[in-house]
Ligand binder design. Structure first.
Ligand code: G3H
Ligand code: 13P
Ligand code: ZN
Length: 349
């Protein structure tokens, strides 16, 4: 079974009123963890690779691991997505490799931390949309900027400096024709998002709700959506780690987002915490062990458990078999004939 596009997964999620987790991967064990969680919960999946992941694993390894997943789990729709593409060239190379979806993060310059101006973002994103849609590939854009830079993406600060302006979001979606739109509502990448449980003063759910009302056909994306669970922080610290006290995005807030147009939820940090906690535990409790399988297996199991939990909480569980999987060629035809347009009223599109 070939990989499917993210647009199809998100259109189906919108029909069903649920969200789809997009989980980052860098290696075989993370892909295996996601696929086993998807099988257990009967979920469609978005697997995403950052530029760092593509560099770490080498593109072709990642691509063939994804094909192996599609071959081994033909009943599960799988979209392969470029996370935080920083230029037209990054997105183009992902599409040429076989990714079925790309994010053009034109909210930041190619360094991944300096905010761009609006026109620059529109221009580069529009260029990627033209190239991608001709080939049936999905595009996610971003307007507004996330905080934090510990993982190399974000403008720094608390996340409240560059919250998305709803007027700009509407203009951006209309002028670029993106399928999905990442917005900034106060979250950051990484483990250190909030120094207390976030409330309305830091998480701008009202802005998200307004954007959805004005752009009902554009799928909204929440980046920086790890919940940074206390139990995972505790395991790491119990076995020799040093994490400072921190709070992530509560799952109930994500669920509120899902009721208001959020269809893709990006989670990486929680899986990193789950994996690290499991490995630290093996190292601390059985220091005589040195076979990597002795710690990679518990690490993979811990990630699978976390992913299955999120799939259930986001509502994608049970939906893997709801629809026939469409090819990229069929999607390209849809963009050509206008049936996949998100902005039918804009002149010249
Ligand atoms: O958005 C960032 C993801 O967590 C990926 O992080 O660039 O360290 O692979 P990375
Ligand atoms: P977290 O760091 O909250 O997991 O966010 C991941 C993300 O947004 C990847 O693009
Ligand atoms: Zn992100």
């Amino acid at each position: 079974m070939p990989l499917v596009t993210m647009r199809q997964l998100l259109d189906e999620a919108a029909k069903g009123g649920y969200g789809v987790g997009a989980f980052n991967v860098n290696n075989m064990e993370q892909i295996q963890a996601i696929m086993e969680a998807a099988k257990e919960t009967n979920s469609p999946v978005i697997i995403q690779a950052s530029r760092g992941a593509r560099q770490y694993a080498q593109d072709r390894y990642l691509y063939h691991l994804m094909l192996a997943a599609a071959e081994l789990y033909p009943e599960i729709p799988i979209a392969m997505h470029q996370d935080h593409g920083n230029s037209f060239e990054t997105c183009k190379s992902a599409i040429e490799l076989g990714f079925t979806s790309v994010m053009m993060d034109g909210s930041l310059k190619t360094d991944g931390k300096t905010p761009t101006d609006f026109e620059e973002n529109v221009e580069v994103t529009r260029r990627v949309v033209d190239f991608a849609h001709e080939r049936g590939v999905t595009v996610e854009g971003e307007i507004g900027v996330l905080g934090g830079i510990e993982d190399g993406h974000g403008a720094g600060g608390t996340g409240l400096e560059h919250v998305t302006d709803p007027d700009q979001a509407v203009e951006f979606a209309e002028r670029t024709g993106v399928d999905a739109l990442a917005i900034a509502i106060g979250t950051s990448h990484g483990a250190y998002k909030f120094s207390k449980k976030p409330d309305g003063s830091v998480l701008k759910m009202d802005i998200l709700i307004e954007i959805h009302k004005r752009l009902p056909k554009t799928h909204l994306v929440m980046h920086g959506s790890s919940s940074v669970p206390k139990d995972l922080q505790a395991i790491i610290n119990q076995y020799g780690g040093h994490l400072k006290e921190t709070w992530g995005v509560p799952v109930e807030e994500i669920q509120l987002g899902i009721r208001n147009g959020v269809r893709k939820i990006n989670v990486d940090t929680d899986n990193r915490l789950a994996i690290t906690g499991a490995i630290r535990k093996v190292f601390a409790e059985t220091p005589e062990k040195f076979d990597p399988r002795d710690y990679m297996k518990p690490a993979r199991d811990a990630m699978k458990k976390l992913v299955a939990e999120r799939m259930t909480q986001f509502g994608q569980a049970g939906h893997a078999g709801d629809y026939e999987q469409k090819s990229v060629e069929a999607m390209a035809q849809g963009y050509r004939d206008g049936s996949l347009s998100t902005q039918p009223l804009v002149a010249g599109r």
